[in-house]
Structure formats: C-alpha cells, structure tokens
Design a protein around this ligand. Structure first.
Ligand code: PLP
Ligand code: TYF
Length: 398
C-alpha cells in the first residue's frame, strides 16, 4: 500500500536535538532548538502557571469540550494582551481571536482560511525564516515566496530591499512578518521601520500576517506587541498568530491563538464564522487545559503580576547572556565585530558561522548550533558561556 511513499528526513532542528541528546560528552552545550532554559539549564515551570493550575483544580477541573473557537475568557485576554486593553479595535468589535493548538495551529488555521477565501494569493516570507512557515503554507496549497530580509554583510536588516520587493507585489498578497525576536536571525524592524512599512502595506493592499512567538523576550510584553498595535492603529486588516510556548514555558500544552483585526464588526463576524468552520474541519476544537491556564494567568491580577516579572527575568537573563558572550568573544578576538549579539533581539542570533564551522563546534567542542549558524542564546549560562566563547573563538581564528 505505502511502498511508494517518500521517506521523510525529519525536522532539521529536532535532528540536532537528537544528536545532542545522544552525545555522551559531559561538557556538551545545546544552543540549537528555540527553548528557553534557565541558569541551571532546566526548562522552567513558571510559578504563575503552577498557581493557575492549582486554582483550576480547586475549581473542579472539569474537562468539557470547548467551542471551535476556544475558551471565551482566554480569547478575550489574548485580544487585550496583543492590542492593549483600551484599543478601539476591541471596543468596535473589529477583532476576532480564536484559541488554537499552539501558534502553529493558529498559523495553519489562518493558512487554510486564506487558501479558501483568497485563493489566488501567494505568501511572501522573510529570507530566511522559520522553516515551518514554508511547510505550513505550502501544505495549505499556497505558493511561498521570499522577500529580502537578513543582511549577511552587516548582521542587520535589508530594509530598503525588503520594501522595494513588497512594492512590487500584487494586491492581496500575504506578507508574513515576525512581530519581534525574528527566528532565526534575531534581526527586527525598529518602530520607525514598522511605520515606514505600513504605507507600503496599505498602498499595495497587502495582507500582513504577523507571527508573534516570543512576546516579552525582546524589549517587554507591551513593547514586543508594537507591530500588532501599529497595524491596528493604521486600520489595516491583518492576521496575527501568537504563542505562549515560550512566554509561559508551556511548549507541550500547545497554547496559542490566531487574531484577525478587520475593518468592521460585520467583517469580523464573517471571519469568526469561517475560522470556526476551518477549525471544525481540522481538529474540531482546541484543548481546554491550555486555555484555562492562559485565561487565569492573564486575567487574575496577582498571577498577571507574577507572570510579568517572570517574563522580565527570562528576558533579562537572555540579555545578560548576549552581553557575556559578546564580551568574552571580544576579549579573545579583539578587533572583530561581535556587536550583532547586542543588537539582535530575543532568543536567537545569527552568528555568521558557516555549516563547516558549526560542525567543528559540535565535533571538537560539543557545542550545538543549527547548521545555518543560528544560536539559541537561551541555552547559555554563566557556567558555560566562557567555554562556548572559547570554542567559537578557536573555530573563528583558524
Ligand atoms: N513561529 C515561530 C517563529 C517559532 O519560532 C515557533 C517556535 O516554536 C512557532 C511559531 C511555533 O510555536 P508554537 O509552539 O506556539 O506552535
Ligand atoms: O525554531 C525553533 O527552534 C523553535 C522550536 O518543527 C521548533 O521554533 C523547531 C522546529 C519545529 C517546531 C518548533
């Protein structure tokens, strides 16, 4: 029956994680997958989330089916988290938020919806982007193209080239944008660049699709929602898939949402109905535990304050590790420019290391990056950053 099917090589990032786990060297360091580890190298369990869990159980912990669009309290909280509680788009009823199976579920529901309702639209993603963007949109039958983004020469953004490409796109093209903490490069648009992008999106009638997977890991929870709010302020119709995998350390709970900001409440009502129908055809309805956790952490003032402080702690640890690695490298290789570690935001940095240099780091030093040269800064700690700098310096010096 299935002898003819193509073998699947597996996800390249998970392949690196598997190689790391099989490595017996005690000094090994995992800087591959985008997971936040604490100073002791553990996956944190956030006290705010633990307390929410206790309260859910104390309230009975019943597990009914949720509606297709997910839990109402969770959806309302997410809308406010993204847009700010006082945003007029919320008061106008112009927004739709559905709770999804991780932000991946949100991206996928959105992609299927778009294939149905804008069947002739292609999507443009940044060059480079998270590999799964291509897989998901192609899986929905949408053609995936790239716009210029990362500048290997400077470790920064090819903003003019990006705008020039977007200016050539047909109306109703979908433009996938990382709202903050770009994966894999760590290179983000500044607020001024978002403001320069908005007129192009408007004039060309493009449909922005924001991916917000690392809210709070860049400059702050509200600061990292800048793009969402700027697009909403500009009156543009857009999509936003957001994740709680990282910000609440809830990876396997699959907590995420898809929000669509529309131009009227009537349009939003139509979108809401068809998003629900898309969910019905994909997985019927999302899980309840994830929704209850998110709703409580965001909705109960004491838990919200705890979570805000926990996210700040994760963000500040990442920033401290960026600084520590930068300083350790500058001390070892003076005259070389490592400032990209300080200017890039969030969990990832593009180091500019070649695939061969990444292989040497792995083989000679048991330090694991992604072959593209992407480093997950959140895998660094005070205990290993010196060793990682030493290893990088030795590979770079040859
Ligand atoms: N988008 C980006 C850019 C990511 O890096 C990730 C990482 O996991 C996701 C989406 C998916 O996250 P989730 O766990 O919410 O599906
Ligand atoms: O880029 C990363 O490392 C994270 C985690 O199929 C991830 O986004 C990686 C691959 C994948 C799902 C999540």
């Amino acid at each position: 029956m299935f002898e003819h099917i193509q073998p699947y090589a597996g996800d390249p990032i998970f392949a690196v994680v598997n190689a790391f786990m099989a490595d017996a060297r005690p000094q090994k360091v995992n800087l591959s997958i985008g997971i936040y580890f604490d100073e002791e190298g553990r996956l944190p369990v956030l006290p705010s989330v633990q307390e929410a869990e206790k309260r859910i159980l104390a309230a009975g912990g019943a597990k009914p089916y949720l509606p297709m669009e997910g839990d109402a309290a969770c959806r309302a909280e997410v809308g406010q988290l993204l847009l700010g509680a006082a945003h007029p788009a919320l008061a106008d009823g112009r927004t739709v938020t559905i709770q999804t199976v991780g932000s991946s579920g949100g991206l996928k529901v959105g992609a299927d919806f778009l294939k149905t309702w804008l069947p002739d639209s292609a999507v443009w993603v940044s060059d480079p982007t998270w590999d799964n963007h291509r897989s998901m949109f192609e899986g929905s039958g949408i053609t995936v193209n790239r716009y210029p983004y990362y500048d290997a020469a400077t470790g920064g953004l090819r903003f003019d080239d990006m705008l020039a490409t977007l200016r050539t796109l047909p109306a109703r093209s979908i433009v996938l944008l990382h709202a903050c903490c770009h994966n894999p490069t760590g290179v983000d648009l500044t607020p001024a660049q978002w403001q320069a992008l908005i007129p192009v999106l408007k004039e060309r009638e493009l449909l922005p699709y924001l991916d917000l997977a690392y809210q709070g890991f860049g400059d702050g929870i509200d600061e990292d929602a800048y793009a969402v709010r700027a697009l909403a302020d500009a009156g543009i119709t857009f999509f936003c898939a957001n994740s709680f995998s990282k910000s609440m350390s809830l990876y396997g709970e699959r907590c995420g949402a898809l929000t669509v900001v529309c131009t009227s409440a009537a349009e939003a009502g139509l979108v809401r109905g068809q998003l629900a129908y898309t969910v019905r055809r994909l997985y019927s309805s999302p899980g309840i535990h994830a929704a209850k956790l998110v709703a409580r952490v965001l909705g109960e003032a004491d838990l919200r304050a705890m979570w805000t402080a926990e996210v700040a702690e994760m963000r500040e640890r990442i920033a401290a590790m960026r600084r520590a690695l930068h300083d350790a490298l500058v001390a070892r290789l003076p005259g070389r420019d490592f400032s990209y570690f300080l200017t890039q935001r969030g969990m990832f940095s593009y180091t500019g290391l070649s695939a061969a240099q990444v292989a040497r780091l792995r083989d000679e030093h048991a330090v694991y990056l992604i072959a593209s040269g992407r480093m997950c800064i959140a895998g660094l700690s005070q205990a290993n950053v010196g060793r990682v700098a030493e290893a990088m310096a030795s590979v770079l010096a040859d």
